[in-house]
Design a protein around this ligand. Sequence first.
Ligand code: BG6
Ligand code: MG
Length: 220
Amino acid sequence: MIKACIFDLDGVIVDTAKYHFIAWRRLANHLGSDFSEEENEKLKGVSRMDSLNLILEWGGIQKTEKEKKELAELKNGWYREYILQMDPSEILDGVLPFLDHLARIGIRMAVGSSSKNAGTILDQVGLTHRFEAIIDGTKITRSKPNPQVFEMGAEAMGVSPSECIVFEDAEKGIDAAIAGGFFAVGVGKEENLGHAHYVIPNFIGVAFQDILKAIEGKTP
Ligand code: BG6
Ligand code: MG
């Protein structure tokens, strides 16, 4: 029996994944390097430092720990220029009706994000009050694909992982949900998220009942 839903934030509730991509590419270019959209999929869901390490690795670039800290801060400054402009119009289509429906039928809701900027983004788009628990990059010690962020969300709501559906746009996020014993619904392209229990392209016109039907009989 499903009692709760845990939502990733970036790329699921709002399209901040595009701002991360722009800011990381700007940093890569600043270092005389670049990376593809395909490589960008590997950055989704992972922490700021893990993302930077991957970009440096792809570019064959060596940096000291101190330099890495400065580069991560530089990228975050650029990224925050985008998110501080955000307003409720940036909530992805279909998300609000979906959250409204869950609230009506008594499904508990939490956010599970690797981002240290999650609080800022939720405030900007006016969604903070809609979630019972917000577990983000400031609270976790292990980033996705580790399931810690979702485990903390389930614990905060007093439900067990097998009673929760996790919504994720990142390969690593689906890995984390499955590793933690949650049901995992991918939001995006089947080719990246095929290991989820079910995949939806986005929330437009999505009925919660259809998701329940799709995962019925499957093991979390
Ligand atoms: C995740 C994003 O939600 O947060 C990643 O999918 C990002 O791309 C990570 O690197 C950390 O975000 P932040 O805002 O703390 O740099
Ligand atoms: Mg995401």
